[in-house]
Design a protein around this ligand. Sequence first.
Ligand code: UT7
Length: 335
Amino acid sequence: MLHQSRIGVAITGCGSAAPVATLDNEGLSQVVETSDEWIRTRTGIQQRRLATPNESLKTIAAEAAHHALEMAGVAPADVDLIILATSTPDDLFGTASQIQAELGAVKAAAFDLTAACSGFVFGLVTAAQFIQTGTYRTVVLIGGDVLSRWTDWSDRRTCVLFGDGAGAVVMQADPEQNALLGFELCSDGSQNECLTLAFQPQSLELIEDITIGQGTFQPIAMNGQEVYRFAIKRVPEVIEKSLFRASLSVEQIDWLLLHQANQRILDAVAQRLGIPSHKVISNMAKYGNTSAASIPIALDEVVREGKVKPGDVIAASGFGAGLTWGAAIFRWGKS
Ligand code: UT7
């Protein structure tokens, strides 16, 4: 039952896209001193998709959004809002408006949202607020990242992990149901240095007494063990809290859909929550860690395979740089 003053949300379409170029672990071992065996056993990753200089976040994200709109049966001209969750924009002023133009979503407002690998979950909750308040009826949420641009390809501790791609969902006002059943979003900036893609200023004196900082962003740096420990502690907590908000038990979850960072993290979280492995969605073997894109790409695959069916309850959780983490319990499909 919906609260009288609130409009419900339905998640009615999904789509995904990834660059064609595929680098497998053998190929990567020509770049850094690593092995297929190390990467598979420590992470579960077998290959990743990488964008060429001719591909952009805009093109990949727009393709994902296009597929999601087609599935939902929504015309671009009927979209009210586009949210692009990304940490790797084509333009620091924002890439969402370029996607809006590419799609022909002429009446849509569009903005970027940055919460690293938690971006899709933060975006899902943000999009739902606009719909539930009655402000907008149709929102396209995209999670997309081109991490290869900012990967340190000489650092074997990080470069084996990441890949490029985008996934999208269409969210629509629904008088019958509210598909966002419960959520929790968290941040802890005191641990920011565990995972960074940070701006490094260099002093530039403009005139006497006025010196500014100019520079560029430094490649991704990560304390993998710290982030691992953080993930396996915080993710089960935040899912349990979201389930409590949704008045659901762990047994009522049909699918566990975590940010695809490491198969060992997926296994550890599922074990802590007592969720059997057949309910755990995993496709990181094919894509690696695509940051904000990983949850919607995996969702799109299982929906199109027919594994996830309308009405299924999905517990999704993103976690990563910031540090940020969050969970959203939602029901897939039209009512
Ligand atoms: O999306 C944001 C969220 N990010 C994450 O969730 C990442 C969380 N962290 C992890 O997934 C894991 O910590 C990693 C996969 C990054 C690393 O796995 P680990 O089991 O924590 O390995 P480690 O860093 O403890 O390294 C173990 C050994 C080291 O050698 P020594 O010191 O034991 O001799 C590393 O030098 O493995 C070595 N190593 C490698 N060897 C071959 C590290 N990277 C590699 C590599 N190939 N690519």
